[in-house]
Write a protein that binds this ligand. Sequence first.
Ligand SMILES: C[S@@+](CC[C@H](N)C(=O)[O-])C[C@H]1O[C@@H](n2cnc3c(N)ncnc32)[C@H](O)[C@@H]1O
Length: 202
Amino acid sequence: MSATAPEVIKSQHDVKNTSLFFRRWLANPLQMGSIIPSSPALCRRVAAAVERGTEDYVLEIGAGTGVISKALIEAGVPARKLIVVEIVTEMAEHLREALPGANVICGDAFDLGRIMPAEMKNRIGTAICGIPLVMLPRDRQQAFIDAVEAVAPGKGFLLYTYCVTSPLSPGKLKLDAKRMAWTPLNFPPASVWRYRPKAHQA
Ligand SMILES: C[S@@+](CC[C@H](N)C(=O)[O-])C[C@H]1O[C@@H](n2cnc3c(N)ncnc32)[C@H](O)[C@@H]1O
């Protein structure tokens, strides 16, 4: 069921989460990429695009205050099968409290190969990217793609974005791109894209 506009406002302005989010945006706007957390409608659309076998992990990169993580759990991903990576220590501590049983890693997504426990590598069904890739130069975007490839070969990732068109250049980054969903019920309206490395296409 779709969220109503009041639901968007209510969730995106949940006082505790939003004040943490907004403080971090003030501290480092480029790292946060957004002033407030994703809306319930966007979280549900991301969760609906997840593909996983029963034993696969879901990797969420840039989990913020955990709104998408919670939508994933509500959609049936067991907390023990959820890996969330967050670079900001204060947010990672918040996530450990908010997501009992989930695997919270405080670290840099560009260093996934080093920070992720060996037993979780190559067992990821879907990776989800929350970090604002569109604001990064292309060599950093490529470094992110390589970092995901190191732990989830061939899987690519879902990316939610406020851009009207693809936020990544599929041709230059050798990706296949597909827009999976769009919702006006987010501030700003947002899309969910799936990217996969071309080398891994059937
Ligand atoms: C746009 S917010 C998304 C937060 C949340 N997933 C949501 O939808 O509301 C981006 C998040 O990515 C985190 N982040 C930015 N760069 C990162 C990096 N290199 N490694 C891990 N997390 C990062 C930020 O701290 C922030 O929490």
